[in-house]
Design a protein around this ligand. Structure first.
Ligand code: PGA
Length: 252
């Protein structure tokens, strides 16, 4: 069986001392036996080197929260895939709804980022999800299919193994109101069907994570829902106690 993936999205939080405490706390609580779970940490750029030192000789993996679509040049304030790799990341989150909605990233930008990140050998967590208004209008499947379709327009079979999709309904992010297991499974099943319909090989093996108010209280129900292969955790990943509980509850 494929490992579950539990990814921590720290967003724009934590300073060095906090990160040291948090990572040491996680290491202590989850130990070195991860039992069927891949743990991925996405700190802000400023903490990548600190976290990379702290997770040396563990199974914990490092992830960027965002990336630019060029490798170098006059792009003030941006970070390239090569820079992420050089800072020990093997993953990157692309298309988070906060980047789409606050920073104005559209599907075209996300497509370019996915391509460059994959070219550089990074694994991509592609975030998709509908707004409350879109769900209330019954548009969620259409919106999500469209997001996936544009982002992965240039992708062929061989690259699929480096892509994971995170379904994150915008109305569930940071609100304490997670989607129900049924809503989650419906969308995850739809995404997986889309993949097997579009790719001859590997489509059915795609991992789809859920994100949006995941906590120690709801992880068991969520992780055991049909077609859920892991979680992308925001708020609850900022405390060693709650994040470790989520990781441990997702194991075999
Ligand atoms: P949340 O964030 O767990 O705080 O809802 C999830 C995310 O935005 O990835």
């Amino acid at each position: 069986m494929r490992n579950k993936i539990i990814a921590a999205n720290w967003k724009m939080n934590l300073l060095h001392a906090d990160a040291v405490r948090l990572v040491n706390g996680i290491k202590e609580k989850i130990g070195n036996e991860l039992n069927g779970v891949d743990v991925v940490l996405a700190p802000p750029y400023t903490l990548l080197s600190t976290v990379s030192e702290l997770i040396k000789n563990t199974h914990i993996q490092l992830c960027g929260q965002n990336v630019f679509w060029k490798q170098s040049g006059a792009y003030t304030g941006e970070i390239s895939p090569e820079m992420l790799k050089d800072s020990s990341c093997n993953w990157v989150i692309i298309g988070h709804s906060e980047r789409r909605n606050i920073m104005g990233e559209d599907d075209e930008i996300i497509r370019k980022k996915v391509n460059t990140a994959l070219d550089s050998g990074l694994k991509v967590i592609l975030c998709v999800g509908e707004s409350l208004e879109q769900r209330e209008g019954g548009l969620e499947e259409k919106i999500i299919k469209n997001q996936v379709e544009i982002a992965l327009k240039d992708i062929n079979n061989d690259r699929l193994e480096n892509i994971v999709v995170a379904y994150e309904p915008v109305w569930a992010i940071g609100t304490g109101k997670n989607a129900t297991p049924r809503q989650i499974s419906e969308i995850h099943t739809m995404i997986k069907k889309w993949f097997s319909g579009h790719f001859e090989k590997n489509g059915e093996n795609m991992s789809v994570l859920y994100g949006g108010s995941v906590s120690p209280d709801n992880i068991v129900e969520i992780i055991n829902s049909e077609n859920v292969d892991g979680a992308l955790v925001g708020g609850a990943s900022l405390k060693a106690e709650s994040f470790s509980k989520i990781v441990l509850a997702s194991g075999d």
